[in-house]
Design a protein around this ligand. Structure first.
Ligand SMILES: NC(=O)c1ccc[n+]([C@@H]2O[C@H](COP(=O)([O-])OP(=O)(O)OC[C@H]3O[C@@H](n4cnc5c(N)ncnc54)[C@H](O)[C@@H]3O)[C@@H](O)[C@H]2O)c1
Length: 307
């Protein structure tokens, strides 16, 4: 198939592109390299260094004629979304609408969206949280994810665009960003420990979330590509793990014994979360296959070899 991946130079997008290319799809990428890296871009993909808000993306649709869009690009910095909600909405909402209008114009069949379970449910009453749980975003970033899901529903009703929104848990694995603003806690801890730098645990470290390995997330996207379903699906493991536990496991794999250091809690951080994945198991036949021990080992090994 002819496939367009936005954010294909980033952590999740680049892994997805690699597998799509391995599966013989013709892939093009739109990424402005704001947090992504050129070195992540698969050589066999056509790369457009462009912002998703740019009107020139219409020309890319005209030329590449994509049948399916994986919309992975986003402003992902939670703190920035609180400080500058205009910029966040501009990239995440208007950028997505720019893509949706191109889909409408060029008759794209399907839109697979990288949404966020962690950012949409807020402090949930039921854990693991199912899709029908009320949503209560605690940041503009989470709200933009929810807004795009709703726009997708409207484009489906009004223009027949099929869509799947994948509400990811906390994704981790090789190539994840180590920048404290946009990176994941696992990538940041592993890199800091390898460089003998301190790891700061925000709050008391008992806050939990659901960690899902990158290969499982890529497989969820492939299941979405194959399926005729339309709707929103959680992509997680259903298991809560605390930051203290993550730290303990990483130092065990690295055979280190640094002192734990605690910092102030992050304002607005959800204290407990895990996603129920029964719906995606039943309807898209997806299940997480890599448990945290295996995923952490794969991640630690990758960071060790890429330092
Ligand atoms: N990593 C996670 O734990 C997680 C959890 C839930 C949802 N998500 C979602 O998954 C997606 C990918 O996240 P990631 O962790 O790979 O982040 P990432 O920063 O590695 O990837 C995002 C990519 O989008 C690109 N980008 C950003 N703004 C752009 C713009 N205006 N125009 C074009 N390209 C732009 C960046 O350069 C980058 O390559 C995001 O939509 C994010 O919200 C991630």
């Amino acid at each position: 198939m002819r496939i367009l991946v936005t954010g294909g130079a980033g952590f999740i997008g680049s892994h997805l592109v690699d597998v799509l290319i391995k599966n013989k799809h013709k892939v093009c990428i739109i990424d402005n390299l704001s947090t992504g890296l050129k070195e992540n871009v698969n050589q066999k993909a056509t790369f457009y260094n462009l912002d998703i808000r740019d009107k020139k993306i219409l020309e890319i649709f005209k030329k590449e004629k994509p049948e399916v869009i994986f919309h992975v690009a986003a402003q992902i910095n939670l703190k920035k979304s609180i400080e500058d909600p205009f910029l966040d909405a501009d990239i995440n909402i208007l950028g997505s609408l720019n893509l949706l209008e191109c889909c409408k114009k060029y008759g794209v069949k399907k839109f697979i969206f990288s949404s966020s379970g962690g950012a949409i449910y807020g402090e949930a009453k039921i854990i693991p949280t199912p899709e029908e749980h009320p949503t209560h975003p605690t940041s503009p970033y989470g709200l933009t994810k929810l807004a795009i899901e709703k726009y997708l529903d409207i484009y489906h009703q009004q223009h027949g665009l099929n869509f799947i929104a994948l509400r990811y848990a906390n994704v981790y694995g090789p190539r994840q960003n180590i920048n404290p603003e946009v990176g994941g806690v696992i990538a940041i801890f592993v890199q800091n420990l390898l460089e003998n730098k301190p790891c700061i645990i925000n709050g008391d470290g008992t806050q939990t979330c659901d960690y899902v390995y990158i290969d499982d997330v890529v497989n969820a996207n492939l299941s979405a590509l194959k399926s005729n379903a339309v709707g929103v699906y959680n992509v997680g493991t259903g298991i809560e793990t605390s930051v203290n536990q993550i730290f303990k496991s990483i130092i065990m794999f690295l055979k280190l014994s640094p002192k734990k250091m605690y910092g102030p809690p992050i304002k607005g951080e959800v204290q407990k979360s895990a996603l129920d994945w029964k719906k995606i198991r039943k309807e898209l036949r997806w299940r997480p296959k890599i448990d945290l021990d295996k995923g952490l080992k794969l991640t630690v090994d990758w960071f060790k070899n890429n330092n």
